[in-house]
Ligand binder design. Structure first.
Ligand code: HEM
Ligand SMILES: Cc1cc2nc3c(=O)[nH]c(=O)nc-3n(C[C@H](O)[C@H](O)[C@H](O)COP(=O)(O)O)c2cc1C
Length: 795
């Protein structure tokens, strides 16, 4: 013990095994929380000769979140998980392993707001599968909530990460990968608790363990190699694509195949139980708190109505996110995180000593209930306290009081992914069902594996408002137009934006890891000509160091990451910070700053843009307009940005530099071309005509005959004997039936390949992917009875 410190309380232990028997191996976290109730906010255990410290008050957790003094500890279970995924992001020892930094920098953009938004359609696909399953099972069937949410989380991850379908909702048997991963995780836990007995005793378990690892790696590697060999290369923008194409901005290196496989498996491991646990607890909490349930459902009804749910709707929800935050506070699915001191340290103002390298566990399951932060009703589920403003206030007043996604540089990279998926799923379920407990007397039991989840929790789901499974299917599948391109934020072509040279020049810089600020900077450049300006520079902020233009206005759009600059703004921010005592260093530079951030990073919200804005003024620059800003949590980033651009930035620039609005001056790389590919797939001498009148000639009972008047193109004449072809336009019900028959998801695309070298005589579009819905709707005849040969092929 260090001089002047007190001993850390410790339960009495037994010889050799120490406190091993104080811990129930099937529910270790619950044992640790009970020990905290008994021994206080900090205690030390001795487990078979190794000591570990456990803390559970907010004050101590806050102290331990200081990454200058402490770092993540890869504990005994994670060390075992390393057998399967080596130095993948979750299990890596951190900065000391180069692959961690490399993967972290390459993958951060892939989890940025734009990328996650673009995954919405895939998430919608899998959430629809879950919703339809529950609808088709009917209200009498008990639903094993956690199992189905695990299917959802795994299938969503596999589809969004690597375009792979486990199809867990369609098969009774689990996919071999999922079976292997389950076995691998359970055995990793078992191995971490094994008494030190000869390895012969574990031979069978060890063999199975090795086989499970081999299965997981073979599946991931297969997906990776298939993608690499795809010709023409895949145009998908998923996590695998980011890993294959991404270059580390610091070293210029790429990830090798091994690192890609490690991280693909890591995402599946890190993301499935955590997300499934959060959703399961959220549904449990809502069912136990009917007022909150009704509020959440009312909000979903108001925002999403009865139609297909879009990403913009999900981003407008306020109460449902509060439900998820409160769920993660009361039931952290990762209930503890491990830290260790970088050097010998004292805690609580010098009261307790801990040694460098000693395991310190932050018991979030208890710290999240600290009355010092959350008040006397800390144990109660009250989503209202987590509504945006309150949440921002509490997390600002009590830094690090809500840590379900971990800490600092080792915090969860998949958080925005899990958040969007969970909000969409909750919204879709509340929109379409009323839920009740299968057993009204169910008392929450918590099952501990690597994460926490409700045990034996069953519900029943009744479709709302007279919906039937068939109607529901239509409602869900009607979403293609709303959730397709309309959700994507247009990116503008940089070169096009820089071609204009008329009007006053402006220089535009961005600090951006995942593309949002860059897209906004592009937008300013593209819009400038319409206001009588042109962009002569459009570049990352680092390009502006160590010289900022003084002869033209400078516009800066930047984000922050854990309070640090984005990767392409580090040099600039360092340089600017070094000038802070020189009141004339940026004299003559007129500037405007726009800030992107996320208020969940309460301590460092907009930190870098604010710093840049202040430093530029401090060093003699001229602030043209007050800093503008937006919060990714609100989901209106581009709306906020446009309001600032049109209402503040350009008016101020025009006032100072005399720019004039130019009609038609706006540049956009997006142009619209309307084509009728069906017509162009016909023979060249075939033309389309218009039906101008159609009415029945017969009355009910007799065979139906129609009078049709057809207007030909003006340069075409019809002679008796000329062909008139009627092209199909199939009913929605027939199209949907066909899609079901072939198990096509609503957003499937079809490419019809002609045999190489053949001159295929067909009206079908060849070698180009088209939505299956369109092909079945307008290219093939579904109304005719199938011929014998067709029936034979379909059998
Ligand atoms: C509600 C859902 C989730 C929760 C509560 C959660 C929680 C956490 C926590 C607490 C950590 C830090 C662990 C530690 O300090 O040892 C973490 C790290 C991580 N999570 Fe998540 N997670 C969730 C979803 C996801 C998803 C969906 C993915 C993948 C798409 C993911 C990928 C990761 C990775 C790769 C790390 C390691 C990051 C690093 O150290 O660089 N997580 N997560
Ligand atoms: C790992 C991580 C850390 C973040 N840290 C902060 C932060 O400290 N302060 C803040 O305001 N926003 C923070 N954000 C939010 C981003 O700044 C925000 O999403 C921004 O729009 C990203 O811009 P970009 O896409 O141009 O990189 C963080 C986001 C991530 C993924």
């Amino acid at each position: 013990m260090d001089a002047g410190t007190e001993p850390i309380p410790s339960p009495p232990g037994l010889p050799l095994v120490g406190n091993l028997r104080d811990i129930d191996s099937t529910a270790p976290i619950q044992s640790l929380v009970r020990l905290a109730d008994q021994y206080g906010d900090i205690y030390r255990l001795n487990i078979v000769g190794r000591t570990a410290v456990f803390v559970s008050s907010h004050a101590l957790v806050n102290e331990l979140c200081d990454e200058k003094r402490f770092k993540k500890n890869v504990g005994s279970v994670l060390k075992q998980v390393r057998n399967g995924v080596h130095d993948g992001l979750f299990t890596s020892f951190g900065a000391e392993e180069p692959n961690w930094g490399k993967a972290h920098r390459i993958l951060t953009p892939a989890f940025g707001p734009l990328s996650i938004r673009n995954m919405f359609d895939d998430m919608h696909d899998i959430a629809s599968q879950l919703t339809l399953k529950w609808a088709r099972q009917g209200p009498l069937e008990p639903i094993h909530v956690t199992d189905d949410f695990t299917r959802l989380a795994l299938d969503t991850l596999a589809l969004c990460a690597m375009d792979y379908r486990f199809n867990s909702f369609y098969t009774k048997e689990m996919h071999p990968f999922i079976r292997a991963m389950g076995g691998f995780l359970v055995e990793s836990g078992n191995r971490s608790r094994r008494p030190p007995l000869p390895s012969m005793l574990y031979k069978r378990a060890d063999l199975q363990y090795e086989a499970d690892i081999a299965t997981m790696r073979a599946v991931s590697d297969g997906v990776l190699q298939t993608r690499k060999q795809q010709n023409p290369p895949s145009s998908r923008k998923d996590l695998l694509a980011a890993m294959l194409a991404g270059k580390d901005p610091r070293t210029g290196e790429t990830l090798d195949d091994d690192a890609i496989t490690n991280n693909l498996i890591t995402f599946l491991i890190a993301g499935h139980e955590t997300t499934s646990g959060m959703l399961s607890f959220a549904l449990f909490d809502l069912l136990r708190h009917l007022e909150a349930y009704q509020n959440a459902q009312k909000e979903v009804d108001n925002i999403c109505g009865k139609g297909p749910i879009t990403v913009d709707m999900v981003n407008k929800l306020k109460f449902v996110p509060a439900v998820l935050r409160e769920t993660l506070r009361v039931h952290s699915t990762i209930p503890a995180i491990g830290m260790t001191a970088l050097k010998d340290e004292t805690l609580a103002g010098g009261k307790y000593a801990v040694r460098a390298g000693e395991a310190i566990t932050l018991l979030l399951a208890k710290a999240h209930l600290d009355p010092a932060v959350w008040g006397d009703d800390a144990r109660e589920f009250r989503p209202e306290r987590m509504l945006d403003d309150n949440f921002a206030r509490i997390t600002k007043e009590h830094p690090n009081c809500w840590k379900p996604f971990g800490n600092g540089s080792r915090a969860c990279i998949g958080r925005p992914f899990a958040w969007q998926e969970a909000l969409l799923t909750m919204a879709m379920l509340l929109q379409n069902f009323n839920f009740r407990f299968d057993d009204a007397s169910y008392q929450l039991r918590v099952k501990e594996t690597l994460t926490m989840k409700p045990d034996g929790f069953f519900i029943r789901a009744q479709l709302r408002n007279g919906l039937t499974p068939t109607l529901l299917e239509k409602r869900l599948s009607g979403s293609s137009s709303e959730t397709g391109s309309g959700n994507r934020t247009p990116t503008l072509d940089k070169e096009a934006a820089l071609t204009s040279t008329t009007g006053q020049a402006i220089s535009i810089y961005y600090g951006s890891n995942s593309g949002t600020c860059e897209a906004m900077a592009n937008r300013i450049a593209a819009d400038a000509p319409a206001h009588g300006f042109h962009a002569d520079v459009l570049a990352p902020l680092d390009a502006a160091h160590p010289n900022l233009p003084k002869d033209r206005p400078v516009i800066i759009v930047t984000a922050s990451y854990e309070g640090e600059p984005p990767d392409n703004a580090r040099l600039f921010v360092n340089w600017l910070s070094s000038l802070k005592d020189d009141a004339s260093a940026t004299k003559g530079t007129a500037y405007a700053v726009f800030a992107c951030g996320h208020r969940d990073w309460a301590q460092t919200f907009h930190k870098i843009p604010k710093l840049v804005d202040e430093l530029l003024e401090q060093c003699g620059g001229e602030r043209l307009v007050p800093m503008g800003g937006t919060d990714a949590a609100d989901g209106n980033m581009f709306e906020d940005f446009e309001t600032w651009e049109d209402g503040v930035l350009f008016p101020a620039l025009k006032k100072k530099y005399g720019g004039q609005d130019v009609e038609g001056g706006a540049l956009s790389s997006l142009t619209i071309e309307i084509t009728t590919p069906r017509a162009s797939n016909l023979r060249q001498d075939v033309r389309e005509a218009i039906v101008v009148a159609a009415y029945p000639l017969t009355e009910g009972g007799s065979a139906r005959r129609m009078h049709l008047e057809i207007q030909l193109p003006s340069d075409i004449k019809y002679s008796a004997g000329d062909y008139l072809a009627v092209l199909p336009f199939n009913r929605q019900a027939s199209i949907m039936r066909t899609m079901r028959r072939f198990r096509l998801p609503w957003d499937a695309h079809i490419t019809v390949h002609a045999p190489k070298g053949s001159d295929a005589q067909t009206n079908l579009p060849i070698n180009t992917p088209l939505p299956a819905y369109g092909v079945l709707g307008a290219y093939v005849e579904l109304g005719q009875p199938a011929t014998k040969r067709v029936s034979f092929v379909l059998r």
